[in-house]
Design a protein around this ligand. Sequence first.
Ligand code: ADP
Length: 454
Amino acid sequence: MIKKVLIANRGEIALRIVRACNELGIKTLAVYSEADEQSLHVQLADEAICIGPATSSQSYLKSDRIIAAAEIANVDAIHPGYGFLAENADFAEQCADCKIKFIGPSADAIVNFGDKAKARGMATKAKVPVIPGSDGVVDNEKKALTVAKKIGFPVIIKAVAGGGGKGMRVAHNAVAFAKEYNSARNEADKAFGNGAVYIEKFLEAPRHIEIQVLGDQYGNVVHLGERDCSVQRRHQKLIEEAPSPFISEDTRKKMGRDAVKLAKSVKYEGAGTVEFLVDDEQNYYFIEMNTRIQVEHGVTEEVTGIDLVKEQLLIASGEKLSYEQKDIKFIRHAIECRVCAEDPSRNFAPCPGEISLYYPPGGHGVRIDSHVYGGYSIPPHYDSMIAKVITYGRNRELALDRMDRALKEYIIRGIATNISFSRTIIKDPTFRSGQATTKYIEEFLKRAPKNLYT
Ligand code: ADP
C-alpha cells in the first residue's frame, strides 16, 4: 500500500486529494508556489515544500523540482490532480525512472490519448463511433480545405494537443475556412507549443456526455455512468449533472459498454473519462479520452457513492477493483456548479483579489469542494475556479431545488463571482426542462437581460 503521496497540484483538487489520503491513512506532501503559501491544502497536508515562484512554468510545471521534493521527502507516489502535469507522459516516465508511482495510467496511454487525432484512431480500432473527420493531422491549408469539403461544412478545426477549449475554430463555409484553419493552428502553437490540427464535422447543437471509467492493474474495467456537461461557455464546462436528463436507457447502456470497450482495449489503469457528443437522434460519437481525474468527478461520487480519488489511490497501490459492473448502482441525481472568480458584467473577466467575507452553504444534500476562506487572497496566476457546489437528491427536481437554495446562501464578498449567473441558469425553464445543448449558454446570453445575473 502507498504510504506517502506528493500532491503535484494546488487549489480544490489538492485539498480533495489530502482528504482522500487522510481517510486511507496515507501521509501527504504538498508542493506549492510562493503565491500559495496561505492555501488550505498547504496548511492541511502533513508536510509542505515550496517549489518556486508564482508562475506555473516556474513551479507547478517544473517536473525536476517536483521529483526532487518527492525524493527529499521520501514519498512513494505522486498524484498529479488535473491540469499542470496530469497528462504529461514525460513526467509519468520520469516518475517511473525514479521508482515513484505516478497515480494514473501508463505513459503510453497518456501519449496515445493526449494526441486527439491519435485518440480518434484508437477509438476507431476499438469499434467505438467517432465523428466523421480527417484521417489524422492535416498540415497544409490546401489539403485541409479538400478534407473539409469532403466532410461537408460546417467543420471544426481542433488542436491535437487541445484542452480547455483552446485551439478550436468552426468554419461554416469554404470562404471562411482558411482564416479559421490558420487561427486554430496559431492558437494551438501558442497554447500548447504544438500547432498540429485535425478536422471534424461540426455538430450544431449536440449534448456533451461523458462516461467515467475505472480500471485496475489486472485488466478489470467498470464504468460509473455518465455526466451531462452540455452547459458550456466557449467550450468550457460550467454546470455538470448525472444522470443526463436527455439520453435514453438504451443509449446509456451502449455508451457505457463502448467506454469500457475502449478502456479495456488499452488495458487502462486508474480513473479516466471517455467524452462523447450526442446528437438529437441519440447517435453518439467519441471526441476524446481524458486520462486523469476530472473537475466534475464529484457528481459521479454522489450518484454512485464511490470515492473516485480513493479508488485511484487503491488502484495505484495494486488493489483489485472490489466490485463488478453489476454492483454499481446509480442511487440519486447530482449536479455541480463551478464557482469562478470572474465578473459576468465584464464579459466574465477574471477577478482575483482578497475574499473579505466568506460563508459557504451547507445542510442536507450540499457538498462544497473548495480551498478558499475568508481573508484568503486569490492569486491572479491560475485558473479562476475557486469552488465547486455539488447538490444531490432523490431526483433531478430535488437536486436542482437544492442547488438554487445553496447558491442563494453562498456569500463571497470582496471579489466578483459567477454565482448569480449560475443561479439564473438553474432557474431557467430551458435548462430546467433538460433541453440544454452545448449551444445553450450562447443562446441564453443573447436572450437574457444582463441585470438578471450581474
Ligand atoms: P477540449 O479538450 O479543449 O475540452 P473537446 O474535444 O473535449 O476539447 O471539446 C470541447 C467542447 O467543444 C465539446 O464539449 C463541444 O461543446 C465542442 N466540440 C468539440 N468538437 C465538436 C464537434 N465536432 N462538433 C460540435 N461541437 C464540438
